[in-house]
Design a binder for this molecule. Structure first.
Ligand SMILES: Cc1cc2nc3c(=O)[nH]c(=O)nc-3n(C[C@H](O)[C@H](O)[C@H](O)COP(=O)(O)OP(=O)(O)OC[C@H]3O[C@@H](n4cnc5c(N)ncnc54)[C@H](O)[C@@H]3O)c2cc1C
Length: 380
């Protein structure tokens, strides 16, 4: 089905992304997977190529394009290139709006140029060992002490956690107020009392540095508060829909890619003297998956249009997040089965896609939490 989301400028940008990834990331990705982390040099090269901060104002070195379609193209191309360790989506799609929209002019000058050049890699630290879905339950505190905040606590599962030069930390500034006492505080590399913990060993996304972070009387200037003090929860709620659309973009791109690979395989692989795709069971299965992936693409594209127009509701973002990521896992699982034993071999892209995709229904808000959000919007 013809889709009408992208225009010629997005397709030109796609070509730029593709050339960049094929040249600067694909040849190194296996090495990064073995290391468990990408070389930060690729971030600076991505910045120089215009792949970071596409919607940040040009005066700070950004692309000046307030159009999420550019972000979506980059995510799709990262999926296509199988460079799942690159945490660019977290930086561009998740962190950028906090630094561009919730900051003072002085903060923007301080952080955004290096954000766009790739000299500053970013992360956002919400989850803790005792609080993931239930964000209001975070225990990390930030107590005012003169012109500083003193942070104490621990974060876990933080994407780009080890490479990050700037981390937006979700902390309680007024613990008695629960969700109404949460603030967003920037902690930069080298802040006293800020330590990284283990690099976590994961099932997939092997080249991405997912880390624990520790704050022990970590002192940062009060100027590092972003947004309003004690309004952090509302800032998070306002920005999570964009994060969820970004995850859905990756989900649909991954499902399309795995389906394409598997269609080729099902046409070529023979059993009982026939291509395995010609058995009615497999033909129907592939027909069903192709239908669902087309539905997912159509819904997702509409959500991107709504997001660009500032109209995407929290419930719609939750719908597209849970439905496309569950579909991604279903497609990957069925496609592994269609590959037989080869589907279980890491040298086959379908096996990698299955492993890398599993987390998609978990981070950015689990499927169950998405359904809670949708249920509430239905008055239930
Ligand atoms: C690879 C990876 C990268 C990540 N990156 C980041 C990051 O950059 N920054 C960050 O802050 N976090 C990150 N996370 C953390 C992620 O967002 C959390 O793991 C996720 O929100 C779930 O929280 P939890 O693990 O504490 O699970 P829990 O909240 O303990 O949930 C456990 C199970 O209970 C279910 N559950 C919980 N509450 C309900 C409910 N009310 N109704 C029904 N079911 C419920 C959940 O759906 C889940 O199935 C990352 C995680 C991973 C694995």
């Amino acid at each position: 089905m013809e889709q009408h989301l992208y225009e010629s400028e997005h397709e030109e940008f796609r070509q730029l992304c593709r050339t960049f990834l094929d040249r600067e990331a694909v040849p190194h990705h296996e090495e990064w997977e073995r290391a468990g982390i990408v070389d930060p040099v690729v971030w600076r090269k991505a910045g120089a190529a215009g792949l970071l901060g596409m919607d940040v104002d040009e005066e700070f070195g950004g692309g000046g394009q307030r159009d999420f379609r550019f972000n979506a193209v980059l995510v799709e191309e990262i999926v296509r290139s199988r460079c799942s360790g690159l945490g660019f989506a977290l930086h561009n799609d998740v962190v950028a709006p906090y630094l561009a929209d919730l900051t003072t002019p002085e903060q923007r000058k301080r952080w955004l140029p290096r954000f766009c050049s790739g000299e500053m890699i970013t992360a956002i630290a919400m989850s803790e060992p005792g609080a993931g879905s239930d964000l209001a339950g975070v225990r990390t505190t930030a107590v005012r002490d003169g012109d500083s905040y003193l942070l104490n606590g621990q974060k876990t599962f933080i994407t780009n956690g080890e490479n990050a030069d700037l981390v937006i930390v979700v902390a309680k500034t007024d613990p008695a107020q629960g969700a109404h006492g949460v603030s967003l505080i920037v902690v930069e590399r080298g802040a006293p009392g800020f330590e990284r913990g283990r690099r976590l060993a994961k099932v997939g996304l092997k080249a991405n540095d997912t880390a624990e972070l520790f704050f022990a009387d970590c002192r940062v200037p009060v100027d590092n508060l972003i947004g309003e003090e004690n309004s952090g929860f509302y800032h998070l709620m306002a920005n999570l829909p964009r994060e969820r659309v970004s995850i859905a973009v990756a989900a649909v791109a991954a499902a399309e890619r795995v389906l394409d690979i598997t269609l080729d395989y099902a046409r070529g692989r023979e059993a009982f003297g026939r291509p395995i795709g010609s058995f009615q069971h497999n033909r129907f299965l592939l027909a069903e998956l192709a239908t669902e992936v087309t539905i997912a693409r159509t819904f997702l594209n509409q959500c991107v249009v709504e997001l660009n127009a500032g109209r995407l509701s929290v419930a719609d973002a939750a719908m597209v997040k849970w439905w496309t990521t569950e579909l991604q896992n279903k497609v990957a699982d069925r496609c592994v089965q269609l590959h037989g034993g080869y589907g279980y071999m890491l040298e086959y892209p379908v096996a990698r896609a299955w492993l890398d995709g599993r987390v998609q229904t978990i981070y950015g808000g689990t499927t169950e939490i998405m359904k809670e959000i949708i249920g509430r919007s239905l008055g239930l």
